[in-house]
Design a protein around this ligand. Sequence first.
Ligand SMILES: [Zn+2]
Length: 89
Amino acid sequence: MLIFFVWVALCVAVGMLAAKRGRSGWGWGLISVVISPLLGCIFLLIARDLSPASGVPHPTTHVKCPDCAEFVLKDARKCKHCGTALIPQ
Ligand SMILES: [Zn+2]
């Protein structure tokens, strides 16, 4: 019985880690219940970090430059790729 609670606790931990990395906490928690928390954690660490803090362009932190279509930070006043003047949003 104890192993069941440890298993569920580890799955919840994987789900929390997934949410922190910008992924679905419930989805990764349920996957971990099926394939084991250890495998779930390994797959999660292999998968790309999608959280805004990771620097990966995200709609909440980045906008597309109208000139070169590269992602730049929302607060930028000048595109770092082509030098076009931008209006911070
Ligand atoms: Zn640009």
